[in-house]
Write a protein that binds this ligand. Structure first.
Ligand SMILES: [Cu+2]
Length: 142
């Protein structure tokens, strides 16, 4: 029994150490335009592990649905499409930003106000899950 507890302790320490190897920074979620129910989220993922890790799923209790999207140019038209995952190669970072990779959020389940924040749960291909809080920011005017 003592041996089992010892092994479990090692497993927990292992997970904790692993937890520092994927870092999400500079997160923000835009407040939707008035009357709109779709918005976008942006952040940077730093992969400090020795292997490629993919972001495979995102959930938020503040939205009905979240999808990973990318922008592409087709025949001079800017389009966006859903992608199954975002891969971050070993010791690199990937930034989700306007005009590029982004998080698409659908159908808010709560009032969204600039300055408040929403929670996001990010699931990665290595089994790691990150629970994050990201500030709500104003949609830039065009
Ligand atoms: Cu999109």
């Amino acid at each position: 029994m003592i041996r089992l507890i010892f092994l479990m302790a090692i497993a927990v320490i292992g997970l904790a150490a692993n937890g520092a190897e994927l870092i999400v920074a500079d997160g923000q979620v835009r407040v939707p335009m008035p009357g709109r129910t779709v918005t976008a989220g942006y952040f940077t993922i730093q992969n400090n592990t020795a292997e490629t890790v993919s972001l495979t799923a995102v959930k938020s209790s503040a939205f009905e649905r979240a999808e990973l999207h990318q922008h592409s140019h087709q025949d001079g038209v800017m389009r966006m499409e859903q992608i199954p995952h975002i891969a971050i190669e070993a010791n690199t970072s990937v930034t989700l930003q306007p005009g590029g990779l982004h998080l698409m959020l659908f159908d808010p389940l709560q009032p969204l106000l600039v300055g408040e924040s929403v929670n996001l749960s990010l699931t990665f291909s290595n089994g790691q899950q990150l629970e994050l809080s990201m500030p709500l920011t104003e949609m830039p005017r065009r």
